[in-house]
Design a protein. Sequence first.
Lengths: 291, 316, 430
Amino acid sequence: MSDEARVLPGQGSDHPYLRSALSHCLLMAASFVMLYPILWMLAGSLRPAEDLFGGGASLIPSQVTVNAYPQGWFGLQVNFGHFFLNSLLISSLATLGNVFAASLAAYAFARLKFFGRNFWFALMLGTLMLPYHVTLIPQYVLFLNLGWINTWLPLIVPKYFAVDAFFIFLMVQFFRGIPRELDEAAQMDGCSPWRIYYKIILPLSLPVLATAAIFSFIWTWEDFFGPLIYVSDMNLYTVQLGLRSFVDSSGTSSWNELFAMSVLSLIPIFLIFLFFQRLLIEGIATTGMKR
Amino acid sequence: MSVSERSAAATGTGESAMLARSFRGAVRRNAPGYVFLAPWLIGFLCLTLGPALVSLYLSFTDFDLLQAPNFVGMQNYVRMATADPKFIAAMRVTFLYVILSVPLKLAFALAVAMMLNRGLTGLPIYRAVFYLPSLLGASVAIAVLWRQLFAADGMINSVLAVFGIEGPSWISNPRYSLYTLVVLSVWQFGSPMIIFLAGLRQIPTDMYEAASLDGASSSRQFWKITLPLLSPVIFFNFVIQTIEAFKAFTPAFIVSGGTGGPINSTLFYTLYLYQEAFGNFRMGYASALAWVLVIIIAIFTAFSFLSTRYWVHYDE
Amino acid sequence: MSNFTMDRRRFLGAGLGVASMPLWSSVPGFAADGAQLRMVWWGSEERARRTKEAVKAFEGANAGVTVASESMGWDDYWPRLATQVAGGNAPDFIQMDYRYMFEYARRGTILPLDQYMGSALKIADFGDVNLKSCSVDGKLYGANVGVNAFGTIVDTAAWQDAGVAAPTYGTNWEQYAEKAAAYGKAAKGKKKYASADGSGNENLFEGWLIARGKSLYKDDGSLGYEPSDAAEWFKFWAAMRKSGGCVPADVQALYKNTIETSPLTLGYTASDFGFSNQFVGFQKMNKPALALTAQPVVANGKPGHYLKPSQMFSVYAKSKVPEVTAKLINFLVRDPAGAMILGVERGVPASPAIRDALIPQLDGPSSEVVKFISALTPYVGPLPPAPPQGAGEMNAALIRISQEVAFEASTPEAGGASLITEAKSVLKKG
């Protein structure tokens, strides 16, 4: 099912072109507003350093230098490609764990009855409320005792235990929107909970699974505090740590290189987004949801 | 054993046998739930609960990060309640931020999601464009960008000048600086928008077809079909965005340079917490601040859940 | 800077190495008889490059010693270091800052270095002043990495265009205000103001207090000035704002204590106040040529300048290899083999021998800094009393209260009074 065919009936009008043109104008203006800061960053990556801060908000550089890109890529002790690979690896592994583990827990909360379910649900939500700066130190000590400091383990392994309650809650809300009759029908046919989960709930939840995958990937990619605390070896740095190496507020920062590499680092996550949003949009309208 | 007892034991109708059976039944009934829950439960008990309890303990100490903590009882909480003007400033700023940014953000997210759901040409591009700002979340570049936009000679004022309005320095004036952070939050509405889109996609089109055949207008369809069926997702976004807004840290940190200024006008609660923990070496007090925040958020969330029976429709 | 070679083989090798390594801990060093030491500092990429090169030289000269280094920006440095200390896991070699040094030393987190003086640390030629400035309660806690002084950074061309003589050594505060007002009237173009609003600048405030015979703090840790001093200070800057000599409140509020947010860099003013070791950074971010000169002085007052360490190198109290760490410190600050590589990037070296050796190789802005320190040294005063616990909060309070006065939410007198009241509660907590 493509994007185009999703025009809902009853929403045509007498002036389709006018309406469409108006929508486009609005959307394009809004897009420019959305993109302006990113365009400014792109311009900043092409300007000489002295022009960056005195020049106001203009988008056109007075002088174009592409120096910032090779300097940013190769200028740090470890080249930036390394950081991209590291981030890709960490984000992919974490996303896999997150989506899978969260869907298991969400299925339990949304579909299964068991003693203490509401109690655990409340606690699960509770984990969303604690600011991470305070659990930081005890968690650090925990991982220190496990010997996981200066590895990626503290960033990846907890995801396989559904530590991000956001995704559990998200999936619970979506699972509860799937009609129970399907479950009941399957149960009467003798299906076990695992089969129902695997054959019915998961396939019907592609939009939310894709959404969770997008968010999980992007948030892991963007996370810097975790890697900051747990990773010391520059060869293990993620993209965010690499970006922050360009900035030292106590002295000089390499702003051009920062902007250049920030622009580059948007590309992979943008591509992930484009890839997964296909799944998101392949709705379930044609997969037998008739009531 | 008596004859009756022996026969009861043999046929499994005695008290102990019935208890054993009901126990086994209970296990069998609850097993699937706990098996599915197991990964989360293990993670929770081993990785989350421990550190959370330690931080609760630390809130009753004078832990300064560099030395071992000493127990001081309720001292931190007393100070918070009686002798901390910055605490009050932080609460006020944070509540204002939540009240302003969450409804605006959700409104934009829903409006744009609905527009994008309608099938325009160039849809995937627009969708990506609206999501792009959310990818810049923790970027240090945001501080620079926002200053370029909202300083006295920034772009916003250049645009306003076209209409003859002379704007103030939005970002460095204590009266307006918080609003620039609200704008920053709303600018990044891409995340809830994507979730709304996924929710809209889950509503079957035949419902709309049937309603059209019955002659329902598109506005009626919105209120009677879209909103109710979307309500679980709206509820989710509402709760999550509010919790995130209460816990917001990075925007205030990078835009105010960690100061929460000017004059505490951008002193988000977690920023204040961070200053106390790492700037003033008062991690014990910061832990107390964190737990007060947890309680506030928990109360709010509990009320939200209680309200669901009035407006959220699950298909159950 | 072309220190890179696009070596595909090396990239692949590194990639494979990375792919196979990350899930296991960083392997502890297998140096035969040598020590393995971890070091950490904050700074820019330039500093990282120089430091790693110097460290490699150290490893070369000390067979068997391996050094694992980490570096990051200032904002990330302190939470990370504190986390590591809380876990008992901090690196052996720690770069320290003047204010934090007191906190870390008094809590026993860094090692007193007196025991290494003369043996591993041969820094006696730094002189009493530069050794005392890195001491807490009489014990030496760090090796002075760079001598720093607080001064005024001036855009000479802008002052020339306005036809007003720029502030220089010996300009007193009244003259400074007059010049600034004259500049404000004569200036066309974007740089409308002569001066930044220094009312919230603790270093400037300190220089003004010392010149009047007061100080920020006394030896016993109490406040070294009166409400009337603070009120007079705020009044001076209120007058400056009114006369158009310095920037208005909402421009100064953009300043976040970084070079990029300085009103000078942002193009509003023809001067700003800063530490000498920021001068090179300032020049990098500003197109016009800048000059470095002294702060305004108090007519017939005491010398308001003093020499501060820009940063120092310290040893973690729980380090297992303190002696080797001390040797590394010495290598970087006193041994020409190391110190010449570091150059003046961290500040003007405290050792006269190293300083003299470096002068020939310096470029324009760097030699300006050395000239400034040398010109200033005969006229500096002694180190003021050490900042007590709570000094950091007082700094934040000064900024906030100065903004309240600037935005006219408070008067100079009220501001002065509330500064003292806040000090009483902050410093008591100790």
